[in-house]
Design a protein around this ligand. Structure first.
Ligand SMILES: Nc1ncnc2c1ncn2[C@@H]1O[C@H](COP(=O)(O)OP(=O)(O)O)[C@@H](O)[C@H]1O
Ligand SMILES: CC(=O)OP(=O)(O)O
Ligand SMILES: [Mg+2]
Length: 417
């Protein structure tokens, strides 16, 4: 049996998303999610879409609610579910496992076959991606144990941003100190920004090299990037995934002196400030909820705290659209993606409201409608808008699978959407 399948693991701080793909036609054989890892009511949801052997029926959805104490336990459970469908990690059809790795520093400019040196480098970057890289490492080492000898490929969030020019990547601090400690802007969600900017070009009927796109990746973590002819020229996240937009639990941009103030005047430790800015800020810090659905529901009921949190969130997005418009000079499209970007018409409407002077205008009916394309990608701008606005669902897993399969087979990755 030729090995043409790729398992993709996207390990987040408290969840693992996984997908098994058949790369000859890019179909999904199984998808799953383990949420609330480390809590006593973790939940595993597994859907088998095509049988590997006659055990489970197609489209069967299974759920397990139990305690998965850590990412290793979660991955072992996911592997059991795959095995129950005859799609186990030891099946001969599996060509490789592709891992999303959030921080790859400056050096990983392409997907990389994992060896001990690569693992050591990902470990060295833990201090600058404390919510993500430890989970990514556990994902890789557990997969190595469960499928010894199988190629493990790391696909980095930072890679797409390594094309940023020096004037966008450097902070204006002492050069010697910055270089010694590798303090610079790396950017994240790169796999998503790459995929969505290409898919947006395709939606406009153009080659990626011809279009300039502002991509708004609005998930729990959120970032925006300026993509010029297919290359990233600026992005809102920096040394860590804390800079930039207001996020579910992270503050995004603030005056760095806020940190000194909280340490010196409020008597907080550096670790306490770190926890405040990463976990108790953003939407949750402002109004107690980080889920945009719940925030919109509260706004409908007249809740003022939820309204203010929403307004701050939108104001920051607008500032970045303006900034990246200036960086790019000419913009062909603004694309919304990830959980909030794909599913929240009020966010898209508010983010582009009042930007008619920049050539941006939303068609209210299109903004509410479902997309005609199979993947849901669609234009939401009004006819007279000079700059397109689009909803483009991201597919980090497909992109990681393509990169992984290309690396192990020695072929170029597919470039469509
Ligand atoms: N139907 C919806 N309407 C508004 N927001 C939504 C909807 N579905 C999901 N979201 C938002 O998307 C977020 C998750 O986005 P996602 O891209 O999956 O994040 P992550 O990959 O960081 O876990 C949720 O926290 C919620 O705020
Ligand atoms: C880098 C980052 O913020 O990732 P996520 O949105 O998955 O938390
Ligand atoms: Mg995400």
């Amino acid at each position: 049996m030729t090995a043409t399948r790729v398992l993709v693991l996207n390990s987040g701080s408290s969840s693992v998303k996984y997908q098994l793909l058949e790369m000859t036609d890019e179909s999904r054989l199984a998808v799953g999610l383990v949420e609330r890892i480390g809590e006593n009511q973790s939940r595993l949801t597994h859907v088998c879409l095509r049988r590997g052997s006659p055990v489970a029926s197609e489209g069967e959805r299974r759920e397990r609610v139990e305690e998965f104490a850590d990412h290793e336990a979660a991955l072992r459970a996911a592997a059991e579910e795959l095995a129950a469908d005859g799609l186990g990690l030891d099946s001969p059809g599996l060509a490789a496992i592709g891992h999303r790795v959030v921080h790859g520093g400056q050096w990983f400019t392409r997907p990389t076959l994992v060896d001990d040196d690569v693992l050591a480098e990902i470990r060295r970057l833990v201090p600058v991606a404390p919510l993500h890289n430890p989970a990514n490492l556990t994902g890789i080492t557990t997969a190595q144990t469960l499928s010894p000898g199988l190629p493990q490929v790391a696909v980095f969030d930072t890679t797409f941003h390594t094309t940023m020019p020096e004037h966008a990547a450097r902070y204006a601090i002492d050069v010697g100190t910055a270089d010694e400690h590798r303090v610079r802007r790396y950017g994240f969600h790169g796999t998503s920004h790459a995929y969505v900017s290409r898919r947006t070009a395709e939606l406009l009927g153009k080659d990626p090299s011809e279009v300039n796109v502002i991509v708004l990746h609005l998930g729990n973590g959120a970032s925006v990037s300026a993509v010029e002819g297919g290359r990233c020229v600026d992005t809102s996240m920096g040394l860590t995934p804390l800079e930039g937009l207001v996020m579910g639990t992270r503050s995004g941009d603030l005056d760095p002196a806020v940190v000194f103030h909280l340490v010196r005047v409020a008597g907080m430790t550096v670790d306490e400030v770190d926890e405040l800015l990463n976990k108790r800020s953003g939407l949750v810090g402002l109004c107690g909820d980080n889920d945009m659905r719940e925030i919109r529901r509260r706004i409908e009921e007249g809740d003022e705290r939820a309204q203010l949190a929403f307004d701050i969130y939108i104001h920051r997005i607008k500032k970045y659209i303006g900034a990246y418009y200036a960086v790019l000079g000419r913009v062909d499209a603004v694309a919304f993606t990830a959980g909030v970007g794909e599913n929240s018409p009020p966010v898209r409407e508010a983010a582009l409201a009042g930007l008619e002077g920049l050539g941006l205008a939303v068609d209210p009916a299109a903004n509410e409608a479902e997309g005609p394309a199979a993947d849901g990608a669609r234009l939401i701008s009004s006819r007279d808008a000079r700059v397109a606005a689009a909803v483009v669902p991201t597919d980090e897993e497909l992109e990681i699978a393509r990169q992984t399969y290309a690396l192990v087979t020695g072929r170029e990755p597919r470039q469509t959407g």
